[in-house]
Design a protein around this ligand. Structure first.
Ligand code: P6P
Length: 336
């Protein structure tokens, strides 16, 4: 089969693309892909299944849960639990850590996921997706001690996300670049459609929720104002902007054509540490973006180097085209 349409399994088993990927990780990734297929089907049939509405519950984030948030979480838990090498699961939708083994040991995996990111878009028929992050234990840990899952993003062995949009895509990295797959209707396979995705170093497109302008710190306002000043301003070029309110869709656009995504710390979210969650949003997306040649920071530090203090910790996020993330980092330094 030509590289262009290899199946997910063929790519994972390809020693040139993914040297040294162990069987347990391959099985786990295939289980995650199955979970994404199931969730994609549920999202597409949402109006008929009557599960696009509110679940009537609130998650650990204090966000009202959609029925599909809860269902998608159960799908991820079920399929990630298939692999005997998974020691624990951390879900955006659940406060506590799911401990799956009494004696986790070296070589076991920790899986962190946001089962349905952007679910406020469901009733709008806008793109949503699942985000996952996998870290491998390099020694025994105490099952039940939640501090054991607090691993820096640089320790991830794999990360990726799906997008349930006009087509269902799956993007993933196992540390050797980023490959994009599309779910092929009929065969049900995820087939390689975007091999070795690369984020252009330069861009003229940025994504930020501009309604929070009055809350932003000086570096973000400076960057935003200069983008709007366009060719007459210090940047000397025009910029375009997008805001989908679905991180998976924003990152997919950036992987496809470049851009910068910002959800900075501001006066409204600083008490919480930011808006986006480190373990199952910022870290996996940062690994994907860096593996595609981009950069991912809080504005002042590389996201993958953050030592977590809580498995639901929030952080500021600036990620995308290398040149723009570096400019934003410089503006933060100059402000200090
Ligand atoms: P706002 C979705 O809830 C999410 O976590 C990200 O996917 C998205 O980028 C962001 O929050 C949207 O935030 O403030 O626009 O609702």
């Amino acid at each position: 089969m030509s590289e262009a349409h290899q199946t997910l399994r063929e790519v994972l088993l390809d020693p040139e693309k993914n040297p040294g990927l162990d069987r347990d990780l391959i099985f786990l990734l295939e289980d995650i892909a199955t979970a994404c297929r199931i969730i994609s089907h549920l999202v597409r049939n949402g109006p008929f299944a009557g599960n696009l509405g509110e679940a009537g519950s609130v998650n650990v984030q204090g966000e009202s849960q959609k029925e599909l948030d809860v269902i998608a979480n159960d799908v991820f838990v079920k399929h990630c639990s298939n692999c005997s090498a998974v020691a624990a699961l951390v879900s955006e939708e659940v406060d506590e850590v799911y401990w799956l083994k009494d004696d986790p040991d070296s070589g076991d995996y920790l899986v962190y996921f946001d089962p349905l990111d952007g679910s406020s878009n469901l009733e709008l028929n806008m793109s949503v997706g699942s985000i996952f992050s996998i870290t491998r234990l390099n020694g025994p840990i105490d099952a039940g001690d939640d501090r054991s899952v607090l691993r820096p993003g640089a320790e991830q062995v794999c990360a990726g996300n799906s997008v349930y949009g006009p087509s269902t895509s799956l993007v993933l990295t196992a540390g050797h670049g980023v490959d994009g797959f599309t779910h092929q209707r009929g065969t049900g396979e995820f087939r390689l459609t975007s091999p070795s995705m690369k984020i252009p170093v330069e861009t003229a497109e940025f994504a930020i929720n501009a309604s929070r302008y009055k809350l932003w710190d000086a570096p973000i306002r400076r960057y935003f104002d200069e983008c709007l000043q366009g060719v007459d301003g210090p940047r000397g070029k025009s910029f375009n902007t997008r805001w989908i309110a679905s991180m998976v869709a924003e990152v997919h656009r950036i992987l496809t054509r470049g851009g910068v995504f910002m959800y900075p710390g501001d006066a409204g979210n600083r008490a919480d540490g930011g808006k986006l969650r480190l373990m199952y949003e910022a870290n996996p997306m940062a690994l994907v973006v860096e593996q595609a040649g981009g950069r991912a920071s809080t504005g002042t530090e590389r996201i993958l180097e953050i030592q977590p203090t809580s498995h639901h910790q929030r952080v500021p996020v600036i990620l995308g085209s290398k040149s723009e993330v570096e400019i934003l980092g410089r503006y933060h330094c100059e402000a200090d």
